[in-house]
Design a binder for this molecule. Structure first.
Ligand code: ADE
Ligand code: ZN
Length: 331
């Protein structure tokens, strides 16, 4: 399929820190005087082989020590938006992990300034509408999440919602009930990672306890028909990242990925890239792999792209406009 053109879509599961390319890591290491294990791109890339989520997170957080300045965050987000535009992304709802950067000694004001400068008027500069979702690092616990929510409130106008990421096993949704309730009271939209490594019961608990509007990953929901029914009956979108799931061994191979079954079950599945340079590609590569390795049809891709706009936190007018573009793409 030499002339594959990805559909217009909304990318709803993308960690901006996870878009750092090895070339960026080396450049920022040099610029900021932060040592890294190798200054060779191929050697850095050779480390991108993972056995599970934690093995990725360990490398991911270690690479992120190079991010220090407003310029770094601006360049990071600009790099992603430029690349996503080439993948036909029309809307990007972008996760960021401020606790990581504060832990590395970078003030929140620096992070927010760099990201918001890159995203500001992104429709004009990159052809993409964009928004920020602040994630709590679940392994830092409830108290730290609560403090992070308080710290971000002066920047309330720059974020549309909160999410929950990092180590899933051992840090269940029950820890974050209060902070999610506080975020909801602030009018923030609610999403959370669940069912990437944790079982279907964690997906159900995340929905019931945190009242999230979307589930990020959610693939293990398929192991329990009651959780599938919960997602279907409440029309809760699931942001699936196929290449990520293979790279982190959440599924044995793409051919065995549950995504086709999720669509067949009538779930509102969307496709995203998670942390693209680490997992083998941006959202266009994910769509393409679904065709090449899972035999998905143009009709399936159209459904996934339509779903992405149904699941996005956008206006009705935006939804109608972009879904018309999806129909035209497949006409
Ligand atoms: N942080 C970045 N990528 C992640 C993922 N796939 N799961 C949990 N936390 C993450
Ligand atoms: Zn993720």
């Amino acid at each position: 399929m030499p002339d594959f053109v990805p559909p217009p879509s909304a990318e709803l599961h993308l960690h901006i820190e996870g878009t750092i390319e090895p070339e960026h890591i080396i450049e920022m290491s040099r610029r900021n005087g932060v040592p890294i294990p190798s200054m060779d791109v191929d050697e850095l890339r050779a480390r991108y082989a993972f056995s599970d989520l934690q093995s990725f997170l360990d490398l991911h957080y270690s690479n992120l020590t190079v991010l220090r300045t407003e310029r770094d965050f601006f360049e990071l987000a600009t790099g992603y938006l430029d690349r996503a535009a080439r993948a036909n992304v029309r809307r990007a709802e972008i996760f960021f992990d401020p606790q990581t950067h504060i832990g590395n000694g970078t003030p929140l004001s620096v992070v927010m300034s760099g990201l918001t400068r890159a995203l500001g008027d992104s429709e004009r500069t990159h052809g993409i509408s964009s928004a920020l979702i602040m994630c709590f690092l679940r392994d830092l616990g409830a108290q730290a999440a609560d403090e992070m929510l308080t710290a971000i409130l002066p920047y309330r106008e720059h974020i549309i919602g909160v999410g929950l990421d990092s180590t899933e096993i051992g840090y269940g949704p029950e820890l974050f009930v209060d902070v999610y309730a506080r975020a909801a009271a602030e009018g923030l939209r609610l999403v959370a990672h669940a069912g990437e490594e944790g079982g279907p019961e964690t997906v159900a608990a995340t929905i019931e306890l945190l009242h999230v509007e979307r589930i990020d990953h959610g693939i293990r929901a398929m192991e329990d028909p009651r959780v599938v029914e919960l997602l279907r009956s409440r029309r809760i979108p699931v942001t699936v990242c196929p290449l990520s799931n293979v790279a982190l061994r959440a599924v044995p191979s793409l051919a065995e990925h549950p995504l086709p079954r999720m669509l067949a079950e009538g779930l509102m599945v969307t496709v995203s890239s998670d942390d693209p340079p680490y997992f083998g590609g941006y959202v266009d590569a994910n769509y393409r792999a679904l065709v090449d390795e899972l035999g998905m049809t143009a009709g399936d891709l159209e459904q996934l792209a339509m779903n992405s706009f149904d699941a996005a936190f956008i206006t009705d007018a935006q939804r109608v406009h972009w879904q018309d573009e999806v129909r035209a793409h497949f006409a």
